[in-house]
Write a protein that binds this ligand. Structure first.
Ligand SMILES: C[S@@+](CC[C@H](N)C(=O)[O-])C[C@H]1O[C@@H](n2cnc3c(N)ncnc32)[C@H](O)[C@@H]1O
Length: 214
């Protein structure tokens, strides 16, 4: 089921990078995965734009969306880089680092979705090392270096339950369109034999667990 107009409006009002068509594809994937009755987990919260969609599905399905981020921004979001937003830098001169957590909390609160989300503040590999529960969906949208994308895959893909979905964002086959680390992880997932592609919307690829391992 497509998100209600107020959820689409909240998504479009939230800071973030995901276009609406990819957001709708993520929402559809989450709706499908939520039938398993397991939590939906995102790596890369930023200001909550995509989290809103997982939270909306979690609310409808009676499950929980979990979102993981250290809230200090990825490489390309740091000062001087293409995706930097000075409005999400901590105003305390003693800190002066990116902090997207307050904006994320406002996004969720205004959409009335706080009760359906568990936000984990920390480095993805560190959180993954503690994680034990099976997941209906893992959405990888964290750091885009090989180091980070690989760690996200190796840390979280093992927790995707049978028939669960692995969704990867910013998958670009052509280097002219964007960085290759998410693409390499996507190829690895397919070549593992554990995942089969079920849909694609631009750079958002949806894979289903159809085998063991990663
Ligand atoms: C592209 S943004 C996520 C965008 C968000 N999913 C959306 O659609 O609005 C990537 C996020 O990943 C986070 N991140 C990058 N590397 C990380 C890591 N190793 N552990 C936790 N978070 C990380 C950054 O802080 C940043 O907020």
């Amino acid at each position: 089921m497509a998100p209600r107009p107020e959820i689409v409006a909240a998504f479009e009002a939230a800071k973030g990078f995901m276009p609406l068509d990819e957001g709708l594809a993520l929402h559809a994937a989450a709706t499908r995965a939520a039938a398993l009755g397991l939590p939906l987990l995102e790596v890369g919260t930023y200001c909550g734009r995509s989290t809103l969609l997982l939270a909306d599905v979690a609310r409808e399905a009676g499950t929980t969306a979990v979102t993981v981020d250290h809230h200090r921004g990825s490489e390309e979001q740091q000062p001087g880089w293409e995706y930097h937003d000075p409005s999400v830098v901590d105003a305390d001169p003693g800190v002066a680092r990116m902090d997207t957590l307050p904006t994320f909390r406002r996004t969720l609160y205004k959409a009335g979705l706080e009760d359906h989300v568990v936000a984990v503040v920390g480095r993805s590999p560190q959180v993954a090392a503690l994680w034990r529960a099976p997941l209906g969906l893992v959405f990888i949208d964290g750091g885009h270096t090989d180091e980070h994308a690989t760690a996200d895959y190796e840390g979280w893909a093992p927790h995707v339950a049978p028939d669960g979905l692995l969704v990867i964002h910013d998958v670009f086959a052509d280097p002219a369109d964007g960085g290759q680390a998410p693409y390499r992880v996507y190829r690895r997932a397919l070549e593992s034999g554990a995942f089969t592609e079920v849909s694609v919307m631009r750079s958002l690829h949806v894979l289903q667990r159809t085998g063991l391992g990663i």
